[in-house]
Design a protein around this ligand. Structure first.
Ligand SMILES: [Zn+2]
Ligand SMILES: [Zn+2]
Length: 190
């Protein structure tokens, strides 16, 4: 077991401060802080009033944690979130977000949110525009980047390549590209 796993076990046993953990392992506070920060980033624990708390599995998958499609740690700037009746389903980026649609489409989607790549503002996934297969690869490949305005998407595609699609056609384009091993053969495809 590595130290981070041990830390999770120890927190469950009541070692809920950085100091007590540093004493247990006989290492510096900084060392434990580093582990704690990583565990926080991974969405496994939270810090509240100086105390370390474990997150429940459910909280992990709902709030931070991993992409429901590929398992990557979520990055707020690229997130793609379906709100269903009972829970939220989060993807690391529009690539995984689009592909998740097949899993959630019959589950009463209340809303779907992602962020405009330029402004970072939340936007409705279903009315967003997507640049698929550009040379900009902030997360998964083939890359899919969301924009509120079609004009912005087209400008982006001029600079970085790729094609501009609406939600449904972007989903089909990603599926097609995945099938072809990411080779962009737009002319044949469209
Ligand atoms: Zn993902
Ligand atoms: Zn991704």
């Amino acid at each position: 077991m590595n130290r981070k796993e041990q830390i999770l076990n120890l927190i469950a046993k009541g070692y809920t401060t950085v100091k007590s953990l540093a004493e247990y392992f006989n290492v510096s506070l900084m060392t434990i802080y580093r582990d704690v920060r990583e565990l926080e980033k991974e969405g496994k624990i939270i810090r509240r009033h100086g105390e370390l708390l474990l997150k429940s599995e459910e909280e992990q998958s709902q709030e931070t944690g991993a992409c429901a499609y590929c398992g990557k740690i979520l990055d707020r700037r690229l997130e793609f979130v379906y709100r269903l009746k009972s829970k939220a389903v989060c993807a690391c980026c529009a690539h995984c977000g689009l592909l998740l649609y097949n899993d959630v489409q019959d589950k009463e989607i209340q809303s779907c949110m992602t962020r405009d790549f330029i402004s970072g503002n939340p936007i409705n996934c279903f009315s967003a525009w997507y640049v698929v297969g550009s040379s900009a690869k902030p997360c998964c490949i083939p890359s899919v980047i969301a924009f509120a305005d079609k004009e912005d998407a087209e400008k982006f595609a001029k600079g970085f390549g790729g094609k501009v699609f609406d939600f449904e056609t972007a989903l089909r384009a990603v599926e097609e590209l995945m099938k072809r091993g990411h080779q962009v053969v737009w002319e044949q495809m469209l």
